[in-house]
Design a protein around this ligand. Structure first.
Ligand SMILES: [Zn+2]
Length: 113
């Protein structure tokens, strides 16, 4: 299960951060997830608790910032929100776009006790 390994990865990194600070436990982990990251959020949240078992993060809360996907047209430089990689510019209907945001999957903050 893809989301299980992502959850374990997040917990793993957060635990290393917490250890650096000599924390007894982790209160919450905050992550950024872009709309085009391909991560199933419900599935990730479901896996999170099991990924935390037996670690400093056991009983912690997963806080998710969902980032909308943004693109800019290479032809007319119009910026707009997109739902998929195959989006087209609403201004000039070009497929030549740069994805500015939306593929993120990163640890944002770890709150420790
Ligand atoms: Zn355009």
């Amino acid at each position: 299960m893809h989301e299980m390994s992502i959850a374990m990865n997040i917990v793993n990194i957060a635990c290393k951060e917490a250890q650096k600070e000599d924390a007894k436990s982790i209160a919450s982990i905050e992550i950024d997830i872009g709309k085009l990251s391909g991560v199933m959020l419900d599935s990730l949240k479901f896996c999170y608790d099991s990924a935390c078992k037996g670690t400093l993060a056991e009983g912690s809360e997963l806080l998710v910032n969902e980032l909308p996907a943004l693109a800019r047209c290479k032809t007319c430089e119009h910026s707009f929100e997109i739902d998929s990689f195959m989006a087209l510019c609403p201004e000039c209907e070009s497929y030549e776009i740069d994805i500015l945001q939306g593929r993120e999957l990163k640890l944002n903050a770890v709150s420790v006790n």
